[in-house]
Design a protein around this ligand. Sequence first.
Ligand code: C2E
Ligand code: CA
Ligand code: CA
Ligand code: CA
Length: 280
Amino acid sequence: AKKHGKDRYEVFEPAMREAFQANIELEADLRRAVLRHEFQLRYQPIVHLHTGEITGVEALIRWQHPERGVIPPMEFIPLAEETGMIVPIGEWVLREATSRVAEWNRKRLGPPLSVSVNISAVQLDQTALPQVVRDALDTAGMQPDRLILELTESLLVEHRPATLDRLHEIKRIGVRLAIDDFGTGYSSLAYLRRFPVDIIKIDKSFVDDVVDEPTAAALTHGIIQLGRALQLSTIAEGIEHASQLTSLAGGDCELGQGYYFAEPLTHGALDDLLFPTDVP
Ligand code: C2E
Ligand code: CA
Ligand code: CA
Ligand code: CA
């Protein structure tokens, strides 16, 4: 039995050890990244589909790794959540995003931009989150209703009883809540009754097929109508083509984002877009 065990160990060892070591290394790097502030935000414009006007931005994190270059969130957010490092990282995202956007709003004529920030389940488990949000808004000098916290359906599925109370506490600050990736979970409709949300973000998978697939089109337009009936705004995600825009705008979707309008931009690039006549 011992030999069998040893043989089995040897069969799995190389791949397992590699994965294990890669993870340990990533974790050590991530700890260093938190201390050395190696994160950056990109800002993707959210656009009014009928006027083309930018109404807000979604903040999306990137890790500027000293050797590996820019690492996308999907490659480190899961580990950051497992290790709890998402708490300090998420606090930084909130502070950075609110202070940058508040700064743009002070320079800008016209209606102030909103800023959407992705919040992980681990952050929502923290009793301190409402205070962190209040602090970020105060420091930035931002009106609470300009901040939108994006929650995923999976976060709401796994919610603990305290989650609902915390969401209400956060709502009382005056910030708005969005359900991200709407329609991809198993009981999206139930969340609309349970949670105090203001905005539905229609998942990119619907938008991808809205032109070519009658079923996707029917579901997308159904979600938009549902949003209207519940007095929620709808934001369509991942718009890449004019034909998708036509279908969504024709179906009365109010807002959208996607590469068709702009990809997530650096702070400097968004500044240029918002204030094209600035002297460099
Ligand atoms: P998400 O919140 O659903 O963000 C939308 C993703 O779609 C972003 O990927 C964005 O760059 C991408 N995207 C936008 N428009 C288009 C398009 O037209 N076509 C395509 N193919 N993609 C488009 P990104 O930036 O890689 O972020 C991936 C995910 O990582 C996000 O999905 C979000 O769940 C998570 N994430 C990003 N930033 C943060 C953060 O600060 N905190 C937390 N907890 N999660 C974050
Ligand atoms: Ca999001
Ligand atoms: Ca999304
Ligand atoms: Ca997503």
